[in-house]
Design a protein around this ligand. Structure first.
Ligand code: FA5
Length: 343
């Protein structure tokens, strides 16, 4: 029996040495150690041996069983690690290589020109102590109109054709709604700007969109005058156009400012001589502004006897059109990447 046990051990050791995968090892385990395996049969037959031999044979059988199990275990972990080294060797990839067949790297995108100019304006104003505020695009009638001195019966509502929602709210027609929220939240003195998307129920043409962008600005402090307004607007325009621009103020009507102005810049295309862009006038209308109406301050809980302020509402699309000489506002939302890639 001893010879038989030794033969089982050497047979198993040899087959384990030759095994090439986990499947082959499992077959060997079943053949030797399984329920009907070679070694199991012997262990079962131990009881038939004479008692003086039983102990020694039992011990030897268990030793052989332990050796076969250890050899199987060792071979299995050897196969596993060599499988991974083989995989590493055969299937490594160089992630820094360009993809096959392509000569150029994937093109990186960039910010839309409207976002670019918006962030530029935010930088200019934050450097002068202004906070940047946000507000909802779906607004209440109160924030868009009433708190701005435009009650429901007032004809000034017709100046801004409005998209109404079925529940009586609206898509904000201007960013002035943001300044109302700002006045409610902050105690004077304060300086805020509010950039955002606005909507008007308008037929589109080369200079009109139904969805466009504005930046609202407002400063409330003691004794604010038109001189403050002109100073900040000149700084803004100089930074945007990278040169000094000549401006003029014309009277303009907005119920939330008094006095109200249309601020024009001398045409940057013709230098004021007259051209197609300025319709031969030498001036281009750029941003409406004025001193905040006392009713507006009062409505938001600010004492107009103690505080005053200026406000402006800059149309971003038209500003970019001036800066780059773009001849149609509809390009901005056309989704044509050939347009946006130019910026
Ligand atoms: C207003 O929206 C006022 N809230 C601005 C304001 C704020 C005045 C604070 C005084 C004090 P207006 O409707 O003019 O004003 O629009 C402001 C700017 O938005 C215009 O100068 C123009 O640049 C732009 N804009 C107006 N309508 C359109 C449109 N349909 N498409 C593209 N841009 C437009």
């Amino acid at each position: 029996m001893e010879d038989k046990l030794k033969a089982i051990l050497s047979g198993a050791t040899e087959s384990i040495g030759r095994a090439e995968d986990a499947g082959a090892l499992e077959e060997i385990r079943v053949r030797v150690l399984g329920r009907k395996g070679e070694l199991t049969q012997i262990l079962r037959g131990l009881g038939e041996l004479p008692p003086d031999k039983r102990g020694a044979m039992g011990k030897l059988s268990n030793e052989i069983k332990a050796k076969v199990e250890a050899a199987l275990e060792e071979k299995l972990s050897e196969l596993k690690s060599s499988k991974f080294s083989k995989l590493l060797e055969e299937e490594w990839i160089d992630v820094t290589l360009e993809s096959p067949g392509s000569t150029a790297r994937a093109k990186l995108g960039h910010l839309h020109p409207i976002s670019q100019i918006q962030y530029e304006i935010e930088d200019i104003f934050t450097s002068m102590g202004f906070m940047v505020l946000d507000g909802p695009e779906v607004e209440t009638e109160y924030y868009n109109f009433e708190a701005l001195n435009i009650p429901s019966y007032h004809p000034a509502r017709d100046m801004q054709d409005t998209f109404w929602t079925e529940d009586g709210n609206l898509l904000r027609t201007h960013t002035s709604a943001i300044q109302v929220r700002g006045m409610e939240k902050h105690n004077p003195p304060f300086r805020v700007i509010g950039p955002g998307r606005v909507f008007r129920y308008e037929a589109t043409d080369a200079s009109h969109e139904n969805t466009f962008y504005q930046v609202e600005g407002m400063m409330v402090d003691r004794d604010i005058s038109v001189a403050h307004l002109i100073f900040f607007m000149k700084v803004l325009l100089r930074e945007i156009f990278k040169r000094d621009v000549t401006i003029r103020l014309r009277p303009g009507y907005f119920p939330f400012v008094e006095p109200g102005f249309e601020l024009d810049i001398q045409c940057l295309i013709c230098g004021g001589k007259g051209c197609g862009v300025c319709r031969q006038s030498g001036w281009v209308e750029l941003l409406p502004c004025g001193l905040v109406h006392p009713n507006v301050l009062q409505c938001s809980g600010i004492d107009p006897g103690a505080w005053s302020g200026f406000a402006f509402g800059l149309g971003l699309n038209r500003l970019i059109m001036m800066r780059y000489g773009i001849n149609d506002i509809r390009h901005f939302q056309s989704g044509d990447v050939r347009f946006v890639r130019q910026f």
